[in-house]
Design a protein around this ligand. Structure first.
Ligand SMILES: *Cc1c(COP(=O)(O)O)cnc(C)c1O
Length: 397
């Protein structure tokens, strides 16, 4: 069978691939420590699970409205009002099968071949392929570790062409943990508004910010900025609900209608039971978030201190999410028994075989000098993993 040309343009998600490799080593009896996973290691809170059970018992098991049940859309509208001071009508929000699916539908609904989408690097692995699958072109703009990986208005401006349609922003960021401040977002919005560029603001880690720093959305900059922003969010990270597959977006109703059309001809509605669970998540008690955040913060501090204590390694302080993104380029060109470590992919492969530690190479996120550590894993595991990494790095010459 000949596969479509489209398929030849993309690769499977490298983060999921790394996880699969670690899982298969584990299945073979090898004890692998994984810093590879991109999901909270907590259980979905009980009241959310109970809501799902109730939905099943009450027979809420049929097709629903494609773009989400009114009850969930109302809860989303309420959430935006409560948390972000943003007002939307129910027809300006839409529910899909996860934030990733939202981004996919959005790209399919608004992008045309020839359109350019600016993506600051390091970026979340799925942004470029989602743009490519819509026939458009990702324009990757590099950032500096010294600037905390933040996109500057100047470099944004320099990347704009007459074909630029969209900018994808992610704050707090996966993989770097950076969090944009209000004034930084105001400065970026000035450029996007001037050049009539849409902003996709991926706010999936909104609730996972440390040191009591406030969260700010670029949609809050002004009414005009809001009218040109798609705010993407979901329940996966905030409520430890990655498997439930519920994400949502807010933006102009005509685009929501376009996304609805695409969703109606592909997945139809998101899972009915998961939608009821998401209602409970958004409307119910929020204290589970704080418990999770405290655990993440403790791990963050420990991991950061351990990473920065490794010879030649430097790691910025991540302000949010549950990742650290240290610079490991000091070890490039080092020799192993098998050959030379040429970059982040080689180093991660070396650490997987030599230290039995699974990591994701920075190359997957568009910056080869780094390695991503997810600390969605217990403190003892982090300690053991770092011991192993240090041991393996010592063997490099
Ligand atoms: C996890 C993640 C998402 C979406 O996850 P879903 O499970 O599809 O909701 C979106 N953006 C980033 C940056 C993520 O890390």
């Amino acid at each position: 069978m000949i596969l479509s040309e489209r398929i030849s343009h993309i690769k499977p998600s490298p983060t999921l691939a790394m996880n699969a490799k670690a899982l298969s080593m584990r299945a073979a009896g090898i004890d692998v420590i994984s810093f590879g996973v991109g999901e909270p290691d907590f259980d979905t809170p009980k009241h959310i699970r109970e809501a799902a059970k109730r939905a099943i018992e009450e027979g809420f098991t049929r097709y629903t409205a494609v773009s989400g049940i009114p009850e969930l859309k109302d809860a989303i509208v309420e959430k935006f009002k409560r948390d972000n001071n943003l007002s939307y009508e129910p027809d300006e929000v839409m529910v899909s099968c996860g934030g990733k699916h939202v981004l996919y539908n959005l790209a399919q609904a608004v992008l045309n071949p020839g359109d350019e989408v600016i993506i600051p690097a390091p970026y979340w692995v799925s942004y470029p392929p989602i743009v490519v699958l819509a026939g458009a072109s990702p324009v990757v703009v590099g950032t500096q570790e010294a600037d905390d990986f933040k996109l500057s208005p100047e470099s944004l401006w320099a990347a704009v062409t007459p074909r630029t349609r969209m900018l994808i922003l992610n704050s707090p960021s996966n993989p770097t943990g950076l969090v944009y401040t209000e004034s930084e977002l105001r400065a970026l919005a000035e450029v996007t508004l001037k050049h009539n560029i849409w902003v996709v603001s991926d706010e999936i880690y909104e609730k996972l910010i440390f040191d009591d720093r406030p969260f700010y959305s670029i949609a809050q900059v002004s009414e005009e900025a809001k009218s040109k922003t798609f705010v993407v969010n979901g329940v996966s990270k905030t409520y430890a609900m990655t498997g439930w597959r519920i994400g949502y977006v807010a933006g102009p109703s005509e685009v929501m209608a376009g996304m609805n059309k695409i969703q109606s001809q592909s997945t139809s509605n998101p899972n009915s039971i998961a939608q009821k669970a998401a209602v409970a998540a958004l409307n119910g008690p929020q204290d589970s978030i704080n418990d999770m955040l405290e655990a993440f913060d403790q791990r963050r501090k420990y991991l950061l201190q351990r990473l920065n204590a490794i010879k030649g390694v430097h790691c910025n302080v991540p302000g949010g999410a549950f990742y650290a993104f240290p610079n490991f380029s000091h070890y490039f060109n080092a020799k192993t028994e098998g050959g030379t470590i040429r970059g982040s992919v080689d180093l991660c492969e070396y650490l997987l075989t030599e230290a039995r530690v699974a990591l994701v190479p920075g190359a997957a996120f568009g910056d080869d000098s780094f390695i991503r550590f997810s600390y969605a894993t217990g403190l003892e595991t982090i300690e053991e993993g770092l011991d192993r990494i240090e041991g393996a790095l010592c063997k490099l010459v």
